[in-house]
Ligand binder design. Structure first.
Ligand code: FAD
Length: 279
């Protein structure tokens, strides 16, 4: 970590906007978050290459501020030739960090592609580009929604770390014990790399509930009930969300989490308020 980086080892995730207004807003968000001196920014990628061009453009724009910017790269629905070309292009542009994922097959896309799981993508990146990229992979303290069991999912996680990943970023969760349990089990299987908790600030209950159902993140009943009770009262939702997520982050850091990765949804204030509370 450089001397300039935030002592908590934070990072921020963006999605590639699809309008000019969205792009302009993202630049403001980036500038506001850059003030925290994050370890890196990352930019999501649509599986099957659906946002490929937008991810590439967004990575370029975001990285212009001088902060390491890691493109996400998913393998499902892509062939090796496409992935090889993308890796070569990122390398040429001086990108040296990636978040490697399987992704989810978009509806209507029939072909899985040549690489079926993230461990195969990590192997492929290492075979093609050696140690050029620092590779992060996804981890699921509450289990990936398609996993047959926690233990099988953990084995699959260990497999992709051993394939050459340098760190892991978790799916978001609101139960710190799920994270500590996952880390303990991964350590027992010999995984020493950092496992950074993914943090979702709470700002909108309807959207949060929808995302959480899709990705298998549990919203504890007491949080759900309180958010439901606030109805359309956005201010109360944000204040409660800030308190709950700040407390979660503090507990994670106190328990040894090596940093925090914020799912910003391209908004600066909710993540910034939490970082400020922690500082
Ligand atoms: P994998 O690690 O391949 O796991 C997928 C499933 O297959 C799991 O159930 C696992 O247990 C099982 N499995 C894994 N390896 C094997 C194997 N060798 N044999 C049999 N079973 C196996 N999605 C996007 O589309 N774009 C993004 O930019 C994006 N960014 C993300 C960032 C983070 C930090 C996280 C946590 C998720 C992100 N996702 C993104 C979502 C992710 O693509 C989905 O969760 C996807 O369903 C799984 O991707 P993965 O890389 O974790 O897959």
């Amino acid at each position: 970590m450089s001397k300039n980086e935030h002592p908590l080892g934070i990072s921020f995730e963006f999605f590639p906007p699809n309008t000019d207004a969205g792009r302009e807003k993202l630049m403001q968000t980036r500038d506001a978050l850059a003030e925290c001196k994050p370890h890196f920014f990352s930019v999501t990628y649509g599986a099957g290459g659906s946002t490929q061009a937008r991810t590439v453009d967004t990575v370029k724009q975001v990285s212009e501020c001088g902060i390491t910017t890691a493109p996400h790269l998913s393998c499902i629905g892509s062939d090796k030739g496409e992935l090889r070309a993308l890796l070569a292009m990122y390398r040429e542009r001086g990108i040296d960090s990636l978040v490697a994922l399987r992704g989810d097959l978009p509806s209507g896309m029939a072909s899985i592609g040549e690489l079926r799981y993230a461990n195969e993508l990590v192997e492929f990146i290492r075979a093609e580009t050696g140690d050029h990229f620092e590779i992060a992979v996804a981890a699921y303290p509450e289990s990936h929604p398609q996993a047959p069991s926690f233990d099988r999912d953990l084995e699959n996680f260990v497999r992709k770390m051993r394939a050459g990943a340098n760190l892991a970023i978790t799916q978001y969760f609101f139960n710190a014990d799920a994270y500590f349990h996952f880390v303990e089990r991964a350590r027992a299987l010999g995984i020493e790399a950092p496992i950074v908790p993914g943090i979702m600030p709470i700002t909108n209950y309807t959207k949060l509930a929808r995302f959480s159902d899709a990705c298998g993140a549990d919203i504890p009943r007491w949080i759900r009930k309180q958010l439901e009770a606030y109805g359309d009262d956005r201010e109360s939702i944000e204040a409660f969300g800030e308190e709950v997520v700040t407390r979660l982050c503090q507990r994670l850091l106190d328990g040894g989490a090596p940093g925090l990765h914020f799912y910003t949804l391209n908004q600066a204030p909710p993540s910034l308020r939490i970082v400020d509370n922690l500082a």
